[in-house]
Design a binder for this molecule. Structure first.
Ligand SMILES: Nc1nc2c(c(=O)[nH]1)N[C@H]1C(S)=C(S)[C@@H](COP(=O)(O)OP(=O)(O)OC[C@H]3O[C@@H](n4cnc5c(N)ncnc54)[C@H](O)[C@@H]3O)O[C@H]1N2
Ligand code: MOO
Length: 414
């Protein structure tokens, strides 16, 4: 059998190398973005509280804020949420009618909910009436800062920004967040590739460029503009790599030209621009010609520089490209942003339904649908076809020589 590459790396090791290179290259500085634009990015700083939670002593129930042990209080007025300092200090024996979330006046010991209170009517404004009930000191009052004190660190750097984190940041007084969103330049190679519409005779419609924005945004990165289409020519590819490095992009993804055919110029172009190849082929199916390199450093073996642009070479076959993106691109991007390795493979604890043949030397990535605690291969997952991956939830990770029935899972980007 023809094997592509002289130093094909085991699949798990290739993922580790991608993480190491991503972490070493880092993200080109954090950017302050409005809360609404931060979703999915990775926090480039610790999130601290600019205000406490709650910001003031607040009623947790609708009812009466009461001062003194009771069991009866005279009602001195009413406080609704949003009214700052509406009532002065309460004296023992006094109460105010209060809304949930309203500021509890000084001197109040507890809030007596309506459903536990007996009232004698006053003048309708809340004043002049009396209220009776049993209280426990401090009950139904949320004290200022009892959840979070001003200055507390609440979320570590490297956390992915979720809707909940955005809400939290707002509640802590932030309007912007400093985030890391690696920028990814996409180069689509091939004389036969059509960018849109139905391909003509001898043409193939680009299926990888349209996948990549979703793949990179699944880990909070972003495309640096539209894909650039390149002919099968060494000089065009070398020029595009130089341009991407000059523009300060974090990652260049090259689609196609990863094999060793007469029109596959990726390795020659990398040599021309002085790149250091870190992973030259991976022992996995599909996706074995994939490649990882750094445009940083001097190009001397082992010298990757401080913050060089990372190059990921995806094979031209679209399912091989998707497999390679989950193997090298996603781990590199997450590590670059400082995010933990949550895109890792689940432990081999998922039962695979039906017969799956392992490969003799390579890890197989088999498109599966996951339901009822089982992974069922969906088929149609040859290197050139995305039909299976489009129906699948994950790749089942089938190591060489696997005898089943349990496998690890690698979730597909959503
Ligand atoms: N002698 C060998 N030949 C090949 C080997 C090998 O080990 N020895 N490996 C095969 C494998 S596996 C793959 S995968 C491909 C990788 O090829 P390239 O990355 O060089 O890509 P191309 O040759 O340009 O294209 C391969 C195939 O994919 C189609 N393609 C390319 N780009 C796209 C795109 N953006 N969207 C959709 N389809 C695309 C292209 O038309 C070809 O059919 O090498 C094998 N050869
Ligand atoms: O391994 Mo290729 O990358 O399968 O088609």
């Amino acid at each position: 059998m023809v094997r592509c590459g002289n130093a094909v790396m085991p699949w798990a090791q290739a993922r580790e190398e991608a993480r190491r290179l991503g972490a070493r290259s880092g993200c080109s500085g954090g950017r302050a973005v409005a809360l609404g634009d931060a979703l999915g990015a990775v926090l480039a700083h610790e999130l601290t509280a600019l205000v406490g939670v709650p910001p003031y002593d607040a009623a947790a129930m609708d009812g009466y804020a009461v001062a003194g042990p009771g069991p009866e209080w005279s009602v001195a007025g009413r406080i609704l949420a949003g009214a700052a300092d509406a009532v002065g200090r309460l004296s023992p024996g006094q109460a105010v009618e209060i809304a949930t979330g309203a500021q509890v006046p000084e001197g109040a010991d507890a809030v007596l909910p309506y459903e536990h209170a007996t009232t004698c009517a006053g003048d309708g404004s809340g004043a002049g009436s009396r209220v009776r009930g049993e209280i426990a000191a401090g009950k139904h009052v949320r004290r200022a800062g009892e959840d979070t004190l001003v200055g507390d660190t609440v979320v570590p750097s490297g956390t992915t920004v979720t809707p909940a984190l955005i809400g939290l940041a707002a509640s802590l007084g932030h309007d912007t967040l400093l985030v890391c969103r690696p920028r990814v330049t996409v180069l689509v190679t091939g004389d036969e590739i059509a960018a849109s519409g139905r391909p003509g005779r001898g043409q193939v419609r680009d299926a990888i460029g349209p996948m990549l924005p979703g793949i990179v945004s699944s880990v909070g990165a972003e495309p640096a503009g539209e894909p650039r289409f390149l002919p099968d020519a060494l000089e065009s590819m070398a020029a595009a790599l130089r341009a991407a490095r000059g523009e300060g992009t974090d990652v260049v993804v090259v689609c196609g030209a990863s094999s060793k055919g007469p029109a596959d110029h990726l390795r020659a172009a990398l040599a021309e621009v002085g790149a250091t190849i870190v992973v030259d082929g991976v022992a996995c199916r599909p996706g074995h010609p994939q490649l990882l390199a750094s445009l940083g450093g001097t190009g001397a073996p082992g010298d990757l520089g401080e913050a060089g642009t990372v190059v990921v070479g995806l094979p031209g076959n679209p399912n091989a490209a998707l497999a390679a993106a989950t193997t090298l691109l996603l781990p590199a991007l997450r590590a670059m942003a400082g995010a933990p390795d949550t895109d890792g493979v689940l432990p081999p604890s998922m039962r695979v339904k039906g017969a799956v043949e392992p490969h003799a030397h390579d890890t197989r990535l088999v498109a599966v649908r996951v339901s009822g605690g089982q992974a069922e291969p969906v088929g149609y997952d040859r290197p050139g076809s995305l039909r299976g991956a489009a129906l699948a939830d994950a790749y089942a990770v089938i190591p060489p020589g696997w005898s089943g029935p349990y496998a690890g899972l690698l979730w597909l980007p959503r």
